[in-house]
Design a protein around this ligand. Structure first.
Ligand SMILES: O=P(O)(O)OC[C@H]1O[C@H](O[C@H]2O[C@H](CO)[C@@H](O)[C@H](O)[C@H]2O)[C@H](O)[C@@H](O)[C@@H]1O
Length: 384
């Protein structure tokens, strides 16, 4: 099995007669329907859930945590107008099926580009063809559209860190940005106001990036250092104080979850203790959030790690968990996220509610979707 095959493009012939199914797909047959799968009369493929069996480990499974833990790294579901299809992707979220390439997974698969964001994937051995329309167009093939929309506008750029500026690696301490990427970000920041919004602690992401010309928000936007500006929006916010950055420049420091700091420290220590016997697990303190990593944990122990977190949180009703790439993120249950951080920074920069401003957010993770919702334009790295 060769996941990274990138041979010369094969000559593609259309598989013999394709009929259009009632789902709007051109298919010979559906080879990978999971047992029990049914085609609902609606839009999606529905898979009946097993009834949960009561018991300790079943808590995590029955609440959908384990499913979420498994799906928090690719393969991801690409949703078309009338069908959901699993499209394999590698650990960085890139599609494994590349147009013009033949790929050997469990069988050869051919992928060809049809138009815009529509691809045809052929499984020749089972005479199955699927036409996939990615929900969002590829940013790379829509580059001209993006530049057209940007004409005459002031761009404000918001960047996620892990998986966007740095590659996903096994050890979170080694997720370093390449020199080329740092150079590119520094250059971009010369032209557009640029900010990094990360799930990491703000200090950590600054340590990794090291560019003084950017603005930084850590802990999924719950720790923002932005330029000083008085505005109604900012004046109305509690926990926004004047401070100075590492260069001694006056800044606005906004930490909406500051009262949670002792609680997060306590939870961090408890999580270290209760996961210490789970080989490969790692707990990271991100100041206002705690990350529990299971990337290096054997999959058969994922439910144990999920259960440890779930059990602990029963004592902390003011905290909640979100799912990232092979990581559980424990965070304050407040109405603040990366999307709100984008709004805060736009306001701090004097760029909010202006028709001549085009905010662009680039991210790869589920938590980035909060920012993608609030932004006029978003680019999700993994949806290539
Ligand atoms: O918002 P981000 O900047 O994307 O941060 C989200 C989390 O990223 C880091 O974890 C992820 O990257 C690690 C290094 O590549 C990888 O080992 C891990 O499996 C990924 O989940 C970071 O360590 C977390 O604290 C961040 O919350």
């Amino acid at each position: 099995m060769d996941l990274k095959s990138n041979h010369a493009a094969p000559i593609l012939t259309d598989p013999a007669p394709m009929s259009k199914s009632r789902l709007g797909l051109y298919s010979g047959l559906f080879p990978y329907s999971p047992p029990g799968a049914v085609f609902s009369s609606g839009m999606y493929l529905a898979v009946p859930r097993k009834k949960p069996i009561p018991g300790k480990l079943e808590d995590v499974r029955s609440s959908g945590w384990l499913d979420a833990m498994k799906s928090s790294s690719p393969p991801r579901k690409k949703m078309t107008k009338d069908f959901i299809v699993e499209v394999p992707s590698d650990d960085n979220g890139d599609l494994l099926y590349r147009p013009g390439c033949v790929h050997f997974l469990t069988e050869p698969v051919f992928c060809s580009f049809l138009f815009e964001n529509v691809y045809r994937i052929v499984f020749p051995t089972v005479n199955f063809t699927v036409v996939v329309q990615l929900k969002y167009p590829s940013a790379l093939s829509s580059f001209e559209q993006i530049t057209n929309q940007a004409k005459g506008k002031k761009i404000a750029l918001f960047l996620d860190y892990d998986g966007t500026l740095s590659p996903i690696v096994d050890d979170p301490e080694r997720a370093l940005m390449s020199k080329t990427m740092r150079y590119a970000v520094r250059n971009v920041a010369k032209y557009f106001p640029t900010a990094i919004i990360s799930g990491r602690s703000r200090d950590k992401v600054y340590e990794f990036v090291g560019l003084t010309e950017l603005h930084y928000a850590g802990s999924h936007g719950m720790d923002i250092m932005g330029p000083v500006r008085n505005s109604e929006f900012i004046d109305d916010l509690q926990n926004c104080i004047r401070s100075t950055d590492k260069q001694g420049k006056e800044v606005n420091l906004f930490q909406p979850a500051s009262e949670y700091l002792p609680m997060i420290d306590e939870v961090f220590k408890s999580l270290i203790e209760i996961t210490k016997d789970i080989k490969g697990s790692k707990v990271e303190n991100n100041k206002f959030c705690v990350s529990v990593h299971y990337r290096n944990v054997d999959e058969k122990h994922w439910s144990t790690i999920g259960q440890c977190v779930q059990d602990l949180l029963k004592d902390y009703p003011r905290l909640r968990v979100t799912h990232g790439r092979k990581v559980l993120e424990v965070r304050p249950d407040i109405k603040w996220d990366k999307g709100k951080a984008v709004e805060f920074l736009l306001d701090s920069l004097g760029l909010s509610e202006r028709d001549d401003v085009l905010p662009i957010y680039v991210g790869d993770d589920r938590t980035d979707e909060d920012a993608l919702k609030s932004c006029v334009r978003g680019i999700k790295v993994s949806e290539s």
